[in-house]
Design a protein around this ligand. Structure first.
Ligand SMILES: [Zn+2]
Length: 252
């Protein structure tokens, strides 16, 4: 069994065949899903969607930080209180790559949601793009019991070690299969398997074998195989350890 720890199942790209996507995932061994809300519209869909074995994470991605008002914060907090399957705060974080949202606003919103995670005693799903040092310094200030995951981790071995020393997991996605991702592969090779969870970030970032297509959770198999090759262990072992890691992190 594999757990998909980061998928945007409410994306409209799945509106015509969401059931088929989930069936294909199940057929390939992907049995639990963390459905991620990164903007208010998506969070509302997630709050309203009940599917067996689909768990929920809700937050505002740094691209959507300007959506946060007091009212929106209260609304999202309300969904957490009302939903048993809401198991993580995210996706939240910092993105300095071509992001028009000012850094100060991104940081304010990131901190607001870290505070919410602390209050709710939930882990976080963090987006960090070209912002690893600032993300690291900020999450160090919020000692969350459950910590969280640096989703679609894209850094080098140095920052991988810093995040995992802090107790954070690294979410490994399709980028690990890209020919030019040698730095990431070295980073993943350098951290213990107990620090890794698997994700697609679908519908984006299809692995190399499916490049150019809409991504979907059944493609997690390619990612598990890539990690197995890197770690020189069986795919079954990768599945078993990363599943345990995700079950423990998200309490699912
Ligand atoms: Zn995402």
């Amino acid at each position: 069994m594999i757990i998909e720890t980061h998928v945007h199942l409410c994306d409209e790209k799945y509106d015509h065949d969401r059931d088929e996507v989930l069936k294909r995932a199940n057929a390939s061994g992907v049995m639990k899903f963390l459905n991620i809300g990164a903007e208010l519209k998506e969070v509302r869909k997630i709050a309203a969607m009940e599917i067996e074995n689909v768990y929920k994470a809700m937050g505002l991605h740094p691209h959507n930080a300007a959506e946060l008002t007091d009212g929106v914060y209260d609304e999202i907090k309300g969904y957490f209180k009302a939903q048993k399957k809401a198991v993580a705060v995210g996706e939240i974080g910092l993105d300095y790559y071509k992001n028009p949202v000012p850094k100060a606003l991104q940081e304010k919103v990131f901190r607001a949601f870290l505070g919410l995670a602390k209050e709710l005693d939930l882990p976080v799903a963090i987006h960090s793009r070209e912002a690893h040092d600032d993300v690291y310094n900020i999450i160090r200030e919020y000692v969350l019991n459950k910590r969280g995951v640096i989703h679609c981790f894209s850094g080098d071995a140095g920052i991988a070690g810093k995040f995992t020393d802090l107790g954070y997991m690294l979410g490994i996605g399709g980028v690990i299969t890209f020919p030019n991702a040698e730095t990431l592969r070295n980073a993943v090779a350098s951290v213990p398997l107990e620090c890794l969870v698997l994700e697609t970030d679908a519908p984006w970032l299809a692995p190399q074998q499916e490049r150019g297509k809409r991504n979907e959770p059944s493609y997690l198999r390619h990612i598990a195989q890539a990690v197995a090759r890197l770690k020189n262990v069986s795919v079954e072992q990768i599945e078993s350890v990363t599943t345990k890691n995700a079950e423990k992190l998200f309490n699912i």
